[in-house]
Unconditional design. Sequence first.
Length: 218
Amino acid sequence: MLNYDVQRYWPSTEELPDSDDTPVDNELQDLIPGLLKAILAIVWANRMDWFFGVDMGVYYDGEKPPYVPDGFLSLGVERIIDEDLRPSYAIWEEKRVPILMLEVVSQTYRGEYSTKMQNYADLGVLFYVIYNPKRRRKPRLEVHRLVNGQYELQSGNPIWLPEIGLGIGNERGTYQGIMREWLYWYDDRGQRLLTPEERIGVLTEKLRSLGIDPETLA
């Protein structure tokens, strides 16, 4: 009997399209996952075993189109492949299914609460996060955990993600000069992790308290 390993003949990420060519509907679909990635780049600066993709194709089958979540986190993979970085994420190359998928709901629903949820469950993604800024009567942030092949909605804000070692939640703040509700990472005490801008502000105040003008260090 012929032992045929079909994955062996699937294309590499260099040969695959890097997205589905569907433009994001608004800035939030770029800024929200971008902020989460920026925070991780600071708190996990010394770790090289994680990757956070933004609007990037996640290939699960070399003969099918990719899933393109607004953001996703994968652990146990190389953070940086080489100086050209990743064009896309192919599970058969990485040997890891992303541990978290993020969808930011736009004006038009695109299966975030139905098709995408089932697709990510079938793929084995442990955490599925949906943020819907337009909701008024229902929670804008939903965090689902995969249990026995089905997603179960988690309660609380922030919500602790033990396998990641961080919590995720939503609250008002300022990012890139924009005051609104954002998604943030939290520590195990429920304390929000600072954004890059906030860290610069804290450092600036410390320098001034020591009588040092930060501008003289530029």
